[in-house]
Design a protein around this ligand. Sequence first.
Ligand SMILES: *Cc1c(COP(=O)(O)O)cnc(C)c1O
Length: 392
Amino acid sequence: MKWQDKGQATAAIRAGVPRSPQGEHSEALYLTSSFVFDSAAQAAARFSGEEAGNVYARYTNPTVTTFEQRLALMESTEAAVGTSSGMAAILSTCMALLQSGDHIVASRNIFGSTMVLFNKYLSKFGVDVTYVDLTDLEAWAAAMTSRTRLLFAETPSNPLNDVVDIAALAGIAHQHEAWLAIDNCFCTPALQRPAEFGADLVIHSATKFIDGQGRAMGGAVCGRAEQIDEVVGFLRSAGPTMSPFNAWIFQKGLETLALRMRAHSDHAGQIAAWLQQHPAVEKVHYCGLPEHPGHDLARKQQSGFGGVLSFVVRGGQENAWKVIDATEFLSITANLGDAKTTITHPGTTTHGRLSDEDKALAGIEPGLIRVAVGLEDPVDIQQDLARGLDTL
Ligand SMILES: *Cc1c(COP(=O)(O)O)cnc(C)c1O
């Protein structure tokens, strides 16, 4: 069967099931660290790579492989590899594909730990980074040097939902023989497939929407087979591979991903429209709103607008905290990508380390609240937000 010819949902549910002789219908969970061989000769052939097959779970495990195959099909890439977390995916990509003297250009508003990884750790190995505004294509082009090997961006961005033209960014990268990596955490392949717009590498924190129910940590790198082989090589030697148990959870996550992302987008759209007309709200950042500067691009390269939005309340931090503290059931946590709606104050949590100046540059206003809209009834989410907003 050629799963490439089928729809994304079909591949997510059906592709690559290694059914055991028991004939189980649901995917088996192979909780084993090593594999046995029929003979010494087979062991030798497996170790040398002459014969394909499993050897040791730091290399491959059938449960992880199924997840990887399905994700690659969904992302329209040749290959994918699972990792122990989203950060392990980013680290492994850099360790496998970069070397001392290489240069990265990244958007300023990438995930905080990614920035720490670049600034504090990659710099120790002679890889330096230039940060630019996500949407400023001229700044990306101007930051390119003969040493630039990697462009790294998240689109839509956290928490303002800025959107960059992936095809244009890929063009800049390829002009300079560099690779474009997109962290596709916010959209997942259900809403956006960056490789179809020319991105070379697509990176995931599976911990977020791919799991979707806050149970497990994992990540993945998707791309051309040649590049993914390099990443696999690093993972084998260094060890931050995906656990089979987590892969089993993520496999199940992929089966419902398209459905869930549609519901997250639908709910977030409803909440954004309601927030926009609330007198205590100064502005709403959601790329699904026609007024959002990234709206047209999002329509072009996404099939939905995602579940994460942010908004600014009148009265700064004091009122933002009031709205958060007045909620009855929303989870006050910086996590996102869960059936449960989460609410956070970026200025004092995820972006708390930034100076006031940098916060202002990044649009992290004191009154900014981020909501990762979950799958509860939208009317209840709205009422929970209204508890505080209506008192301002
Ligand atoms: C959470 C997150 C990561 C890191 O993933 P972990 O699974 O927590 O290691 C990377 N990028 C984005 C956009 C994220 O939201």
